[in-house]
Design a protein around this ligand. Structure first.
Ligand code: SF4
Length: 773
């Protein structure tokens, strides 16, 4: 029996708090997975769907980008969050024309993301005409004509923005960027701009390729795995199985994070009896409770110590052969860390020197080291130098391009890496653009387009008038909520290709369209027969994904179909790109991918192999660094940044609860952190609570301060958050996004990558007169 969507919205006054968990997964993980599935899909559909999740002949998880093992797959090759993601997509709840007729847009705009998402799958394309109070049905042909007419009316193609979320398949992404470039712009902002752009920028400079250099098998070969600024228990849960396996093979694990997340401490693997009823596996051998933004200092200190020990015992620490033959810039780097400012390092990290020396010693003793990281590292002003500093340490030790070692940025959304490979980037290299022109006989622009932050600015400033999004929830995912929402509202047209309702449907342009699409779980039958799509995981493995469920509605069109339908309306019948053929048979798209996208030769054949294929990666495969400017891996010297927080202020990070994935809110509990039935909370250390004269449980406003704001808006306020006493690092606080996104100034971004600094916002906590301690 499928349960109805909630008829009331989130009530924060029902929020309760218990002690944070010291372990992740176990029986509660299984129970919650099944309960969410049954609530949304019923028993039979839950069983039918989950048995295909992440299986070779099934569909790829729409959650994160963690890879599947090569060869044997378990019967249940998924985690709690994967099960929740599938339940949300394969839900039997429906949002049809009668729903939109009953709910005016003004009412929907008052609802939370959680309530909107719980209503179910959108079944028909709908339009919100200028001044209308309700979305109303529209035919697909009229919808495509409407978009094409608006696009043609622009004074330049650069007045249009084409956003992509990381769930878009390779085939849809390839065609989408082709459409956009064929139209005449490189305005292709994507969700990667807000997450791992810093990783790509740093790795491209240091190793020549903006992707990680390890495989899943490497994790089990490593003798040291360092997990930095990452919470795998919630964001990449099957990584815990890999860490457990590595521990079983003798690896040591170091966790570096401001919060002692349950998934970093102990894992109760639900796939085995010991995990279900026993104590599980202790994961982190060392937990460094670092301050927000202190990671660069930590890795500088590690580099400094490694070099000092090498000087004391030459030939024992530095991989001199690797450094001599494969790298450049060693002398400058060594010089930059020789006279380390330990006071600055200790201030930035909040760690003591003995702890840092202990960690450095583990690096020195390791033969095979992997460093993994996620958003905790990528969303600071100095994120790119921080990741370059990690690369420095890996290069010193020769930890790239050998089994069991490497750099591992762990991607968030399931195909965010694949979308970039397929050309979703506002500044694709010339070689790719030239190949597109040769292949399709069209001209494509060279001027770089807008990334996400630049796209918001362009809308805000009246320079962009059409916003088109394939997937995602741009209004909620982006920083500076008030600015982003005003920017979207200033557009002439906003278009969302979506499966379910979200905030971006109620924060709309003068005209708005919702184009409902099929999900990963669903069969995709076209004139050429049943189709599959392909995706790329976080470790560069490209493989098939094929859904088997009947689509939620006969009116849904696949993402590929939507791109092709729009292209035909926009370009007319005589366009050199055979859009209609592509919509009929996805093999024809893959033939073109094979000729345009580097590393994808024989794509149709290789993706049909049982586990797909691994894209080439010169540093990993051959210790070659042909992608850098000098053909070598590059050490870099990076001035140390010590985050400065004025007295009486805290450094705030935004993070996910255990009951959400990106902006999709599955439920209102954060089981691991002990929060139930609410989301407006701010986690603060008990010592900071006392020092600030606050009380556990008190309701406060969060006020972010950024005096450098070029727009002159130096403060932003998010109201009514409950203070939760939590063992965070001193001086550091945390609150959930998207609720706290309003505090992140649009122009506060990382150097080089332009990623919003969502992990380092200076805030003060203001007591509310209506809620005294
Ligand atoms: S680890 Fe990621 S990809 Fe795997 S099932 Fe969980 S959410 Fe899905």
């Amino acid at each position: 029996m499928v349960s109805k969507p909630p008829d009331r919205d989130v009530a924060e006054d029902e929020l309760s708090v218990t002690t944070p968990k010291q372990w992740a997964a176990g029986i509660p993980g299984v129970v919650v997975s099944l309960r969410r599935g049954v609530e949304q899909m019923g028993v039979g559909r839950t069983a039918r769907t989950l048995r295909l999740l992440n299986q070779r002949e099934g569909f790829d998880c729409p959650g994160c980008a963690w890879p599947e093992p090569q060869g044997h797959r378990k019967l249940a090759e998924f985690c709690e969050n994967g099960a929740k993601a599938v339940a949300e997509e394969a839900t039997k709840r429906r949002v049809g024309p009668e729903f939109f007729a009953a709910h005016p847009i003004a009412e929907l705009a008052e609802r939370t993301d959680y309530w909107l998402g719980q209503q179910g799958r959108i079944t028909h394309p709908v339009v919100l005409a200028p001044g209308a109070t309700h979305y109303a049905p529209i035919s697909w042909a009229d919808a495509f004509d409407l978009v094409a007419t608006e696009l043609r009316a622009l004074s330049t193609p650069d007045e249009a923005l084409f956003y992509t979320s990381g769930r878009t398949s390779n085939e849809a992404a390839f065609l989408y960027q082709l459409l956009v470039r064929g139209f005449g712009t490189n305005n292709l902002p994507d969700c990667s701009n807000m997450c791992h752009e810093s990783s790509g920028a740093a790795l491209a400079q240091t190793t020549g390729i903006g992707k990680g250099s390890v495989s899943l098998a490497d994790l089990t070969l490593a003798d040291l795995i360092v997990v930095v600024g990452q919470n795998p228990g919630t964001n990449h849960p099957r990584m815990l199985s890999a860490l457990e396996e590595a521990k079983g093979a003798g690896a040591k694990i170091i966790a570096v994070n401001p919060l002692p997340e349950a998934g970093l401490l102990r894992f109760k693997n639900p796939q085995n009896v010991r995990g279900l009823v026993g104590k599980g596996t202790a994961l982190a051998d060392e937990f460094c409770q670092i301050r927000l933004g202190g990671d660069q200092a930590l890795f500088q200190a590690i580099g400094h110590l490694l070099l000092r020990w090498e000087a004391q015992a030459p030939g024992t620490v530095v991989d001199q052969d690797f450094v001599d033959t494969r790298t450049e810039g060693f002398a400058d780097y060594a010089e930059s860390v020789r006279d380390l400012d330990w006071d600055a390092v200790l201030t930035a990290t909040g760690l003591d020197r003995a702890e840092i020396e202990q960690v450095a010693r583990m690096f020195a003793d390791s033969e095979r080291t992997i460093v993994c990281w996620a958003m905790g590292l990528t969303q600071h002003k100095h994120s790119v130098p921080t990741i370059r500093e990690i690369a420095n340490v890996a290069l010193l030790r020769g930890m790239i391009g050998k089994p069991g070692a490497g750099l591992c940025p762990v991607r968030g959304h399931s195909n965010v890496q694949g979308d970039r490979t397929m050309g979703i980037w506002e500044k694709m290299p010339e070689k790719f653009l030239a190949a597109l022109e040769t292949e399709f006989g069209i001209a494509v622009p060279r001027k770089h387009g807008h990334d996400t932050v630049a796209a918001i600015r362009a809308m805000r400033d009246g320079q962009a008038k059409v916003f088109f999004a394939v997937g995602g929830n741009f209004a909620s995912a982006s920083p500076d909520t008030e600015v982003t929402e005003a920017a979207l509202r200033s557009c002439a047209l906003t278009v969302q290709v979506s499966t379910k309702l979200n905030r971006s449907h109620v924060v709309h342009g003068r005209t708005a369209l919702i184009l409902p699409t099929r999900g990963r779980t669903e069969r995709d039958t076209q004139a050429g027969g049943d189709q599959f799509v392909t995706v790329e995981d976080s470790m560069s493995v490209v493989h098939r994904s094929r859904g088997r469920l009947d689509p939620a509605s006969e009116h849904l069109v696949s993402e590929v179909g939507i791109v092709c339908g729009l292209a035909q309306a926009l370009f007319g019948p005589d366009h050199p790109v055979p859009w209609a053929d592509f919509a009929r048979d996805y093999d024809l798209i893959r033939e073109r991918i094979a000729r345009v996208v580097p590393g994808c030769a024989d794509y149709n054949e290789k993706v049909r192999r049982p586990d797909g294929f691994v894209l080439p990666h010169a540093p990993r495969d051959a210790r070659e660094f042909s992608g850098t400017r000098n053909g070598k891996a590059n050490f870099t010297a990076n001035p140390l940044t010590v985050p400065r927080v004025p007295p009486g202020r805290l450094l705030l990070q935004t993070l996910r609860s255990h009951d959400q994935y990106n902006t999709t809110i599955y439920g209102l509990d954060d089981r691991y952190r002990g929060v139930k039935d609410g989301r407006r909370v701010v986690f603060v250390s008990p010592d900071d609570i006392a020092e600030l004269g606050l009380a556990d449980g008190q309701i406060v406003d969060l006020v972010s301060e950024w005096p450098e704001d070029p727009t002159g808006r130096h403060e932003r306020r998010a109201e009514r958050f409950r203070v939760i006493s939590y063992p965070t690092a001193r001086g550091c606080a945390a609150a959930y996004f998207p609720e706290a996104n309003s505090l992140v100034p649009l122009d506060s971004t990382a150097e080089t990558s332009n990623t919003p600094t969502s992990k380092s916002i200076v805030v003060r906590l203001e007591s509310r007169v209506d809620s005294p301690p």
